[in-house]
Design a protein. Sequence first.
Length: 98
Amino acid sequence: MDMLTLESCHSTWVFDTNRMRFCRILKETEASQRRTSTEWRPYWYLEVYPDSEVFCVYLNADRSRILRSWRHASHCAQCDSQQTTELSLDDIRRLTSA
């Protein structure tokens, strides 16, 4: 399985590029309180803009259904530089196994 991960301020986005599906692992949530990852969802195309932190997940072929987000960066303008937690590869594998 080829995996691509993108870190946003509040989630780790995991893309299974072979199966054209993705899920999000929510940061700073307690597993006992609520679900920590979303279900796998299909996507049509992923566009990561190299000149900015923006990325778009197109959910259908005509690109009318879009999820837009941004990658978390140091001195992040989106989350006012609040620290976010990182997930290990083992955590990602455990949370996305399906």
